[in-house]
Design a protein. Structure first.
Length: 160
């Protein structure tokens, strides 16, 4: 199998079943937050980006919404999970830097910790998925098995 595909799709042979729960919850939350950027643009989309000083909010808010929707779905189904997790880690780091660090500087640690609890949980979940992959019950695992079987078949045919 192609080394890049192997690295992206790889997952330990026996992943614990709770990884499916982590994937489902994290993917659903990102999907929901992405949709909400379009459903409530004044509160959670462009309006929020303007309020916190993100440049080009009319471009970046929809872009972030699409990234969260697409990557959330990828994670739910376990397809290109590591790629999606990396994109969402970047998303969460920007969110924390732009919204939670100002709270820390203005209001202190405890207010920031309260406001950032979901952000930290989503960041941690994404880090787990980047590290471990999608797990056994995923499209990534199915593709890896299928691509591995095709590679084995090609090697057998070419050796004959």
């Amino acid at each position: 199998m192609n080394q890049l595909a192997d690295r992206i799709l790889s997952t330990p042979d026996r992943t614990p079943a709770p990884l499916l729960l982590v994937r489902g919850v994290a993917g659903f939350v990102f999907l929901l937050e992405g949709i909400l950027k379009f459903v409530s643009p004044d509160k959670l989309g462009i309006g929020r980006f303007v309020k916190i000083g993100i440049p080009s909010p009319e471009v970046l808010a929809p872009f972030v919404g699409v990234v969260e929707i697409a990557c959330g779905l990828l994670i739910v189904f376990g397809l290109l999970t590591r790629f999606a997790a990396l994109a969402l880690i970047i998303d969460m780091l920007v969110a924390i830097a732009s919204t939670k660090v100002p709270i820390l500087l203005h209001s202190g640690f405890w207010d920031m910790a309260h406001e950032a609890r979901l952000d930290f949980a989503m960041l941690a979940s994404s880090c787990v998925l980047l590290t471990v992959g999608a797990g056994d019950h995923s499209i990534d695992a199915w593709l890896r098995k299928r691509l591995g079987a095709q590679q084995s078949w090609r090697m057998t045919v070419s050796q004959e």
